[in-house]
Write a protein that binds this ligand. Structure first.
Ligand code: ATP
Length: 316
C-alpha cells in the first residue's frame, strides 16, 4: 500500500539483462523528507535500481511510484521535473562551470536570473566559486564530482538521487557536502536516495536503509530500528585498573559467567542484559578494589550493520 507520506515506493522491481538478473523483486518505500541509503557491494545492483527509479531504465518487472503517481512513459516527464539525479557523466566539457549550470537550470525551467543566483549559492557551498569560469574539461576529478552534485540540486528537487556523491572528495569537502545535504533535507523537506560505499558516519545523514546483495534487498527499514533489532543489548567498553582476570571475574559476577567479555589490552567489551546492570558492574569493580578509569557506551553503526548483514549471507 502506498502512503500519502511516501515520496517513493518500489514494488517488485526487477531488471534482467539477457541471462543476468541484475535486480530481483526489490520492494521498499521512502517517506517524504527522509534520507534513504541504498548500500551494497560492487555490482550488487544499486545503479541499475536508481536508473529504474528515475525512469532512465525500463524495469523488466515491478513498479515505481513517485509522490503517489505511477512512473511510466506518460508521467515520466512531469515527474522528472521534481527529481534531481547526480551522475558523473554528461557534463559539457568544453563549457565553463557557470555555463554548465546555466544550461541545466534553464532546462529545468528556472528563469536565467534565478539560475545565476542559485548557481552562485551552490558553488559557494561546494567550494567551487573561484572556478566558475573554468572549463569543465580542466577541472580535477573531485571538482567535477562537486559540479555534478551542484547540478543535481540546482532546481531544488523534491527527490534527489545521489550515486557516490563523496567519491573523490577530500575529507573537508565531503563533510561540507554531507552538512549541505542535511540542511537541504531540513529546510526544503527534500527526500534523498543515496548510494555510497563511504559508510563511516553515514548514520548522521541516513534515516532509512536498504542493503542490496546480488540484486536482492537483504534488509530495509529505519536505521535505528534495524540497529536495535540486530543488537538489542547495550554494549560497553570499560577500562579498569588491576589484573585483567580479576576485572573479567568482577564483570561476569554481575552479567553472568556465560556472557562474552572481550578483553583487548587494558579494555574489555561486553553487553549488559538490562540498562541498570552497568551501575552494578561499576559498583562491583570498585568494591573489589579495581578502579574504573572509563566506561564508554558502544553504539553500533551502519558500517557494523552492513558487514554483519553481508556476513550473514556468506559464502555466496
Ligand atoms: N547495461 C547493462 N547490460 C548488462 N549488464 C548490466 C548492465 N548494467 C548493469 N549490468 C550488470 O548488472 C549488475 C549490477 O550492476 P550495477 O551497476 O547496478 O551495480 P552497482 O551496485 O551499482 O555496482 P557499483 O557499486 O560497482 O557501482 C552487474 O552485474 C552489471 O554487470
Amino acid at each position: 500500500m502506498t502512503s500519502p507520506t511516501d515520496a517513493l515506493v518500489a514494488s517488485g522491481l526487477t531488471k534482467r539483462f539477457a541471462e543476468r538478473e541484475a535486480v530481483s523483486n526489490l520492494s521498499f518505500r521512502v517517506p517524504t523528507g527522509r534520507a534513504f541509503g541504498l548500500l551494497g557491494p560492487n555490482g550488487s545492483g544499486k545503479t541499475t535500481t536508481v536508473r529504474m527509479l528515475t525512469g532512465l531504465l525500463r524495469p523488466t518487472g515491478g513498479t515505481v511510484t513517485l509522490f503517489g503517481q505511477r512512473l511510466d512513459t506518460a508521467s515520466a516527464d512531469a515527474l522528472r521535473g521534481r527529481i534531481g539525479v547526480q551522475t558523473d557523466t554528461n557534463l559539457y566539457e568544453s563549457l565553463s562551470v557557470r555555463d554548465n549550470l546555466q544550461i541545466w537550470g534553464e532546462l529545468y525551467g528556472l528563469a536565467p536570473a534565478v539560475v545565476r543566483q542559485k548557481a552562485g549559492e551552490v558553488l559557494e557551498v561546494l567550494g567551487l566559486s573561484e572556478r566558475v569560469d573554468s572549463l569543465v574539461g580542466q577541472l580535477s576529478k573531485g571538482m567535477r564530482q562537486k559540479l555534478s552534485v551542484g547540478r543535481a540540486v540546482l532546481h531544488e528537487p523534491d527527490l534527489l538521487f545521489l550515486d557516490e556523491p563523496t567519491a573523490g572528495l577530500d575529507p573537508e569537502a565531503s563533510a561540507d557536502l554531507i552538512d549541505y545535504l542535511k540542511e537541504m533535507i531540513r529546510t526544503l523537506n527534500t527526500t534523498l536516495i543515496i548510494c555510497t560505499h563511504q559508510l563511516h558516519g553515514l548514520e548522521s545523514l541516513c534515516d532509512e536503509l536498504g542493503i542490496i546483495r546480488q540484486g536482492r534487498l537483504v534488509i530495509t527499514g529505519e536505521v535505528q530500528s534495524l540497529l536495535r533489532r540486530r543488537w538489542p543489548e547495550k554494549r560497553y567498553r570499560l577500562s579498569a585498573a588491576g589484573d585483567p582476570a580479576a576485572v573479567r571475574a568482577a564483570i561476569t559476577a554481575v552479567i553472568g559467567a556465560e556472557a562474552e567479555v572481550v578483553v583487548t589490552g587494558d579494555h574489555c567489551e561486553f553487553a549488559v542484559p538490562e540498562d541498570e546492570a552497568i551501575s552494578r558492574v561499576i559498583a562491583r569493580l570498585v568494591r573489589d578494589g579495581l578502579g574504573v578509569r572509563a566506561v564508554v557506551p558502544q553504539y553500533p553503526t551502519i558500517q557494523d550493520l552492513y558487514f554483519a548483514t553481508l556476513n550473514d549471507g556468506s559464502p555466496s
